[in-house]
Design a protein around this ligand. Structure first.
Ligand code: NAP
Length: 247
């Protein structure tokens, strides 16, 4: 089903993990994809896979935490694709540590990429969304932004911030036909969670009613729902994709 035919989606952090799965599911539904990563080469595999699905695809390099870099990338994306219909703010990092030992640099890095990056990329495309009187903005938050986690004060604050940002932007842009929603994944099998020790993983599984970690495609399915016709009447929402961790 080509429910996103003729649409262009921008996905940050599209080179691997959840971002790549999002890019591929949106492309499978008909969308052309502009993937953004720190280095454009990181998106090469995603671009090849999207093109193999018969869609247009581009790779752009940008640091989502850097305003000048984001502005330049947004201009390049609009020039290449002609328009943008869907923005998925997915790029994110962790720098875990106990509060007492957390450095200012680790706090700043996580807030800059996860929260400021979401602000900068959303701002960069807002004029274009307003002009076309439509747009779907989907921000990847986290269950940690809802329920917290020891050792992740910086990450939890950044993702709670993403949720607050999502709700305020949703109220600001709703009258212009633009929706803004967040997805709060639980623990998903990617490079980000590969570092979890076997002991911590066993403890974690006890907190997940559905009894397993999620897959990147589980998050991508929720993005497709919010980006497609079924998501028309939702805005300012946080959709948990977490096996029931937060309810
Ligand atoms: P991942 O495998 O570590 O991938 C992160 C992606 O973001 C990479 O492509 C990375 O590019 C890119 N990125 C990082 N910093 C960037 C920057 N400053 N500018 C541009 N791109 C940048 O992570 P993931 O697990 O797929 O996570 C994706 C999103 O889901 C994140 O927002 C994360 O917080 C969220 N999330 C993940 C989980 C989970 O369990 N995995 C759970 C809840 C929420 P490089 O390859 O260049 O580093």
């Amino acid at each position: 089903m080509n429910e996103l035919a003729q649409q262009v989606a921008v996905v940050t952090g599209a080179g691997r993990g959840i971002g790549q799965a999002i890019a591929l599911q949106l492309a499978a539904a008909g969308a052309d994809i502009a993937g953004v990563d720190l280095q454009p080469e990181s998106c090469a595999e995603t671009v090849a896979k999207v093109q193999a699905l018969g869609r247009r695809a581009w790779a752009f390099g940008a640091n989502v935490a850097d305003a000048a870099s984001v502005t330049a990338a947004a201009e390049q994306i609009l020039a290449a694709a002609g328009k943008v219909d869907i923005l998925v703010n997915n790029a994110g990092i962790t720098r875990d540590g106990l509060l007492m030992r957390m450095s200012e640099a680790d706090w700043d890095a996580v807030l800059d990429v996860n929260l400021k990056g979401t602000f900068l990329f959303t701002k960069a495309f807002t004029r274009s969304f307003l002009k076309q009187q439509s747009g779907r903005i989907i921000n990847i938050a986290s269950v940690i932004g809802l329920i917290g986690n020891a050792g992740q004060c910086n990450y939890g604050a950044s993702k709670a911030g993403v949720i607050g940002f999502t709700k305020s932007a949703a109220r600001e842009l709703a009258s212009r036909g633009i929706t803004v929603n967040a997805i709060a994944p639980g623990f998903i099998e990617t490079a980000m969670t590969a570092k979890i020790s076997p002991e911590a993983r066993a403890a974690l599984l006890k907190q997940i009613p559905l009894g397993s970690l999620g897959q990147p495609a589980d998050v991508a399915g929720a993005v497709l729902f919010l980006a497609g016709p079924a998501g028309r009447y939702l805005t300012g929402q946080v959709l948990s994709v977490d096996g029931g961790m937060a309810m």
